[in-house]
Structure formats: C-alpha cells, structure tokens
Design a protein around this ligand. Structure first.
Ligand SMILES: [Zn+2]
Length: 263
C-alpha cells in the first residue's frame, strides 16, 4: 500500500518536473529567462493561471486546446510530462524499491536515485530539443557534463573510469566527424558523447552507444519503409543517444550481462 502511494507521489513529481522541462526546452529556443517569467500560451501569449498549468490534466480537460485562443497545443507537452513521470517511476523501482534498500544503505540509495533524476532530466531536454530542432545545445551539455562528473565522483566512481569512458565515446565521434568532414555527426554529438561517458562510466557507456545505433537503425529503416524519410534524410542522433543513455542508466547492468553471456 505504501509502495503504491509512493509510486503515485513520484508520478506526480515526474509530471511536474516534465512540465518544467517543457518550459526549459521552449525558452532555450526563444532565449528568454527560464524560470522567472510566468508561463504563457505560445500562440496568443495570454498568461496561464494555475488551472491551465496542471500537468497532463489541463491538456486532457481542454481537449488539447488553449483556453483563451482555442489553438491546438502540441502533443509534445503531455507526452514529455508523461514520459518524465514514467522514467521517474522506473528509477524508483530500480533504486528505491524496498528490496534494494534492505541490501544497502537507504541514504546512499536515495542519493543515487536523486542523481538519476537529475541525469534523466538533462537527457530529456537534449532528447526533445534535438528531436524538434536538430541541435544539441552547449548550454545544456556543458552544465550536464560538470554536474554528472561531480555527482558520480562524489558517489564514489573512479575519476579515471569516467574520463576514460568520456574520451573513448567522444573520440569515436570525433573520428567520424573528421572522416566525414562534419557530415555524419556534429560537434554537439561529440560533447554529448562526453556527457554519456561521465554519466555511465566504463564499460556501461558502450551499452548505450550500441543501443543508440540499434535504435537509430530500427527507427530510420521503419521511417524509410513508411516513406516518411529517404536514405539521405538526417535523423536527430542526439535523440537516440540520450534515449539510449536513459535506458542504460536504468537497465545497463542487465543488458551488459546479457550481452557478455551471449558471446
Ligand atoms: Zn492561446
């Protein structure tokens, strides 16, 4: 019973943080201050009050339309809110589920979980922004890099391990960047490679890299089959990299063990 209540509370927290991440993505593009201005409708610029800002439910209640100008609101908003809630709950089940607490120190586990929430929030911003704008912003990757390095070091991961993971992935991307003269991969991807390295460490970062290419190939080929994209079309690689990193944060150990046992 307590567990169900906790899951609901964490789900609500995820919806609220997801709503905030939507605002961050929007204002990163528009270039406004992130926090201090009141939220407004992007079409009619009418200020939104509390009943327009209830994550997920305002969207459903208003049928996906602005209360003031009745223009359609992007599905991005409720989807990001819902995805954030799901990721936060999956993280809870992994890091704080009663059985895992009994094994270790509860406070340590809570810190690991909070770190996971911070990492996945950064990755969600990169995921959505690259999907929408085909761009990975240094304004996001540089803070993510510093925060991830500090938190993981503080949690006891060896600094050398984190740096090795970051250098290998970023180096791999840099090589592709040089070989293709910047056509296959962008500078933002290289910086994201550093972030992946310090978030995941060695060798888990390899799982994320492998996963990103599989996800990209599967989705790319499906879109070509559906005639939504062509062979030369660009796919937002940062979207796959950040998605793969979140999946690896959640299930990396299992995926690595499975991979090692299958070869
Ligand atoms: Zn409006």
């Amino acid at each position: 019973m307590i567990m169900i209540i906790t899951v609901i509370i964490i789900g609500i927290l995820g919806l609220i943080i997801g709503s905030f991440l939507n605002v961050v993505v929007y204002r990163l593009k528009k270039g406004g201050e992130i926090v201090w201005r009141r939220s407004y409708c992007p079409k009619c610029e009418h200020s939104l009050n509390y009943r327009d800002l209830v994550p997920l439910f305002s969207f459903l209640y208003m049928g996906g339309k602005c209360r003031y100008c009745h223009s359609a609101i992007s599905w991005q908003y409720p989807l990001v809110e819902l995805t954030t809630a799901i990721i936060f709950i999956l993280g809870y089940l992994k890091y704080l589920y009663p059985s895992s607490i009994l094994e270790g120190n509860a406070t340590d586990q809570l810190l690991v979980y909070v770190t996971f929430l911070i990492f996945s929030s950064f990755l969600l911003i990169i995921f959505v922004y690259d999907l929408k704008h085909y761009l990975i912003l240094d304004k996001v990757t540089i803070p993510a890099l510093i925060v991830a390095l500090v938190l993981n070091y503080w949690l006891g991961m060896p600094l050398l391990n984190l740096i090795l993971a970051a250098v290998v992935v970023a180096g791999f991307f840099l090589l592709q960047f040089i070989v293709s003269a910047g056509k296959w991969i962008g500078g933002g991807d290289i910086r994201l490679g550093l972030v992946m390295g310090v978030m995941l460490g060695w060798p888990k970062v390899l799982v994320a890299l492998f996963l990103a290419y599989i996800l990209g190939a599967v989705l790319g080929l499906s879109l070509i089959a559906l005639k939504k994209k062509q062979w030369h079309s660009q796919l937002p690689f940062g979207t796959f990299l950040s998605l793969a990193t979140v999946i690896t944060l959640l299930y990396g150990e299992g995926l690595l063990a499975w991979y090692l046992s299958s070869i």
